[in-house]
Design a protein around this ligand. Structure first.
Ligand code: PGA
Length: 251
């Protein structure tokens, strides 16, 4: 199965709107030769600047979060329709930092996934085990559970708009990357869950990324693994030279 690769930078709470424009302008030049999907998930206030600068390039812009309600008394929140109105196409849902610091649960993740799809956004759904869970040997069970929960109510037809990012929490921002085999094994498990739910054809077409300390040195090997279709890159996506090399990992 020849799946596309999707390489997404997750900027987290970094860069101002002006810094965003400057970075996206530089990156636009670097991605001209790639056939992969390149995404920058920028802070919400940077989205207009990012979209404007990315307009004539192949860079896609993502939001890092959204609310599952259409509108209402949710101070500080952003709806799917607001993102769609701006021209956003992708949204990260359920990043472990949102789960850890902002009360995101498997239930809210599922609600957000369904709302994003309904609004026409493509969700990048993050799943992954903690260090404690890995050491206890429950990684497979836990990730299966998370994926199953997140996809509850998602139709086979919707699956072409879903990206899943496997991000072991112990590898995020720690410099401790999962080994190629560890990462591939869990991405393969995720593909099996999708196959059980939607059949082999859909499972084989679904894009599954690895995230967690992806860098210039390990990107190529990770992205070459059989079940890993690119990466969700945090720290290394903020430096133009590094992200250039990661996006062009096969040059
Ligand atoms: P990292 O972050 O690459 O800095 O580990 C990845 C992520 O949180 O998506």
């Amino acid at each position: 199965m020849n799946r596309k690769k999707v390489i997404a930078g997750n900027w987290k709470m970094n860069k101002t709107p002006s810094e965003t424009s400057a970075f996206i302008a530089q990156l636009s030049d670097k991605v001209k030769q790639t056939n992969d999907i390149v995404i920058c998930a920028v802070p919400s206030v940077c989205i207009p600047a990012a979209l404007k600068t990315a307009k004539r390039s192949r860079i896609k812009i993502a939001a890092q979060n959204m609310h599952y309600e259409d509108n209402g008394a949710y101070t500080g929140e952003i709806s799917a329709n607001m993102l769609v109105d701006l021209g956003v196409k992708y949204v990260i849902i359920g990043h472990s930092e949102r789960r850890q610091y902002f009360g995101e649960t498997d239930t809210t993740v599922n609600k957000k996934v369904l709302k994003a799809l309904k609004a026409g956004l493509k969700p990048i759904i993050c799943v992954g085990e903690s260090l404690e869970q890995r050491e206890m040997g429950v990684t497979t069970d836990y990730v299966r559970y998370q994926v199953g929960y997140a996809l509850n109510g998602v139709t086979a037809e919707d699956m072409k708009n879903i990206i899943i990012a496997y991000e072991p929490i112990w590898a995020i921002g720690t410099g401790r990357t999962a080994s190629n085999d560890q990462a591939n094994e869990v991405c393969n498990t995720i593909r099996k869950v999708i196959a059980e739910k939607y059949g082999r054809r859909i499972a084989n077409a679904t894009l599954i990324q690895y995230g967690g300390s992806v860098n210039v040195k390990n990107a190529k090997e990770l992205f070459s693994m059989s079940d890993i279709d690119g990466g969700l890159v945090g720290g290394a996506s903020l430096k133009i030279d590094d992200f250039d090399k990661i996006v062009n990992y096969n040059k």
